[in-house]
Design a protein around this ligand. Structure first.
Ligand code: ADP
Ligand code: MG
Length: 615
């Protein structure tokens, strides 16, 4: 329960709304208990008009407002019909006032809960953005999404409906029990006796229902992700002729879901009858005991009617006790999960002393050792590397040799356990990560484009709006301009699920354009031309030659470009540099580089021969 105290600041933030809401709830319930009293009064008046009427003996015990109304009616000496009509209109008036107050009660408390929900979602999203890559590697996307949607909405059920019903409940039970006690203490006790049993039963049944619903919810999400995967993998399923197996798998999940849902329906079918039974019992007690008393005092007739109305009024709030209790429990569990995550501190944090000066100068890795924290894989081992400002460096190496890790250390997605990464004599830990990442363009190995227009995807990293010329220039550099013009709406074409499907090479080139438009100090291409053919790759690199003139560039690839002059070529193996030098030096060394070069040459020769044959 103490988990929920994390919401207190929000209640405090919206305190005026909350406070006014409580007043509305109390007001609405006050008017609710007035109507039965007037009904009782009218029934007594009717009774007085019947033959053999007995005088009203018991003291009225009316609320002040009702007492004033009765006093006014009596002093005016209305005839019987007028009295009934006036009383009915008064009841109607009270109902209208109550309705208006209830409207405002929702407008304040439920609206408050929506504001809190909004704030909470923003707080969580903000935290998501602070957390580092390592956090995302260890938490699944589904889980993160759940905290944002499911958990927050459960907490909202607490800050909104649960709180509202709780206050409503206290107010209504308070008002009606006081009104009943003022009329007849004994009868009140008899009538209320079954209600606690009702509340407890409902709480228990509700817990069972919640448990079952949760099970159903998780089965449903299994079922959904099962179906989703089948749709997105439909081509693989069809080409491996696995439709039947997938159907069987789906059926099995679906069957489990059905069983649970049927079980839930059974429990729910006890719920309402048991409620009706308890209320029936209360009504029965009222009529039975009240009826016996009425034999001696016919003014009790009005009382019986009044009590029956109270009981019916109490039904909902009493059954809501169990409902609110389980709602609060669930909200506490959800808030606990949210708290855990809001209190997680990112490993990579900006230091207060971090520099916000633009970065410039040489890049230097000094005796860097890095192990991925959650897997223990040593990705970089004792690495020393110096890249002068404006140099172009080619990084080669087998898959898993640590090339991408090298780039990520430069961008400070991770901090190395030993050694340091410096830019212009400054450790990257001492540079504000916003500045750092703004001035290094990193084109990642696996491309990610947003479901947005081509233009917006290219200008993504810019804080100000990019001009059309700027966007087109970037696309020209990355050799994708012509293809974009070929799309239906050119640069305004939507990409992704709701738009065009791009080829792997097109995606890569758009993501290169996104990196170029930032006009960064340092640029890192991480194997980002793997899906384009050698010819296009060559073209892009020639374009880049002019573009990169003043910039420091690290190009990670698996192909050699002998026509492109690199200041330095390094070959990584198991996280260490095994070869370093320029083209000629590495050919002389006759190692990995030289072998790769020879392989590529024979391939190119083959291609040339094929082309000659075709012509
Ligand atoms: P490359 O880019 O040269 O293919 P990487 O830098 O991606 O190599 O990977 C180097 C090593 O670190 C590999 O053994 C890989 O399995 C491991 N590795 C890469 N990324 C992660 C990660 N996020 N978590 C744990 N291990 C990783
Ligand atoms: Mg890689």
């Amino acid at each position: 329960m103490k988990q929920l105290s994390a919401i207190n600041p929000y209640f405090w933030k919206y305190r005026s709304r909350f406070f006014i809401g409580i007043i509305f709830v109390i007001g609405a319930n006050y008017f609710a208990v007035l109507a039965p009293q007037i009904t009782g009064f009218v029934v007594n008046q009717v009774q007085l008009h019947l033959p053999g009427a007995k005088p009203v003996l018991s003291k009225p015990g009316h609320d002040w407002l009702v007492a004033s109304f009765i006093h006014w009616v009596e002093t005016n000496n209305f005839d019987f019909e007028a009295l009934v009509a006036i009383s009915s209109l008064t009841i109607l008036l009270f109902a209208i006032i109550r309705g208006i107050l209830m409207f405002f009660m929702r407008q304040t408390i439920i609206v408050m809960s929506r504001h809190i929900e909004f704030d909470q979602k923003n707080a969580i999203f903000h935290q998501y953005q602070l957390l580092d890559t390592n956090f995302y590697k260890t938490n699944s996307t589904g889980d993160l999404m759940n905290r944002m949607s499911e958990d927050v909405s459960r907490v909202r059920m607490f800050t909104g409906p649960a709180i509202m019903y709780l206050i409503n409940l206290v107010a209504l039970i308070g008002f009606s029990v006081v009104s009943m006690l003022r009329k007849d203490v004994m009868l009140t006790l008899y009538v209320l006796a079954p209600l606690p049993v009702l509340a407890i039963t409902i709480y228990l049944v509700n817990s069972v229902i919640n448990k079952k619903s949760e099970k159903i919810q998780s089965l449903l999400s299994d079922l959904t992700s099962n179906a989703q995967e089948s749709y997105s993998g439909i081509r693989v399923i069809k080409s491996f002729v696995q439709e039947k197996a997938m159907l069987g798998f789906f059926k099995k999940n679906s069957e489990a879901y059905r069983e649970q849902a049927v079980g839930l329906a059974k429990v729910e079918s006890i719920y309402f009858p048991s409620m009706a039974l308890m209320i029936g019992l209360s009504t029965l007690f009222t009529i039975c005991i009240g009826g016996m008393q009425a034999l001696h005092d016919s003014s009790k007739l009005g009382l019986i009617v009044e009590f029956v109305i109270y009981i019916n009024m109490l039904t909902f709030p009493v059954s809501a006790i169990g409902w609110t209790a389980s709602m609060i429990q669930r909200a506490a569990a959800s808030q606990k999960r949210i708290n855990e995550f809001l209190h997680a501190t990112p490993n990579i944090q900006n230091r207060a002393s971090a520099s916000v000066q633009p970065i410039t100068g040489s890049i230097e890795f000094q005796k860097v050792n890095f192990t991925y924290p959650h897997t223990g894989i040593k990705a970089i081992q004792n690495l020393n590397l110096k890249i002068e400002k404006g140099q172009k460096v080619l990084v080669l190496g087998r898959t898993g040799s640590g090339k991408s890790t090298l780039a990520q250390l430069l961008l400070r997605f991770y901090d190395p356990q030993e050694g340091s990464v410096k830019i212009g004599e400054k450790d990257v830990k001492e540079i504000d990560s916003k500045i750092l990442r703004e001035q290094i363009s990193y084109v990642q190995q696996d491309v990610f484009l947003f479901s947005d227009t081509v233009a917006n995807n290219i200008s993504f990293g810019l804080s100000e709006k990019a001009t059309v010329e700027k966007i087109e220039k970037a696309a020209q550099f990355s050799n994708v301009h012509q293809e974009i013009l070929g799309f239906d709406k050119g640069y305004e074409t939507l990409i992704g699920e709701r738009g065009v499907t791009l080829s792997g090479g097109q995606k890569q080139r758009i993501s290169i354009a996104r990196a170029l438009i930032k006009d960064p100090e340092i640029i890192v291409f991480d194997d980002c031309l793997s899906a384009v053919d050698a010819k296009t790759e060559y073209k892009i690199l020639s374009n880049l030659y002019t573009y990169l003139k003043e910039k420091t560039a690290i190009i990670i690839t698996h192909r050699i470009f002998s026509t492109f002059r690199f200041d330095k070529i390094i070959v990584l193996e198991n996280g260490s540099i095994i070869e370093m030098g320029d083209h000629d030096a590495l050919i002389m060394q006759n190692g990995y580089y030289a072998e790769l070069y020879r392989l590529q040459l024979t391939e190119q020769e083959k291609e040339l021969e094929e082309n000659n044959l075709e012509n």
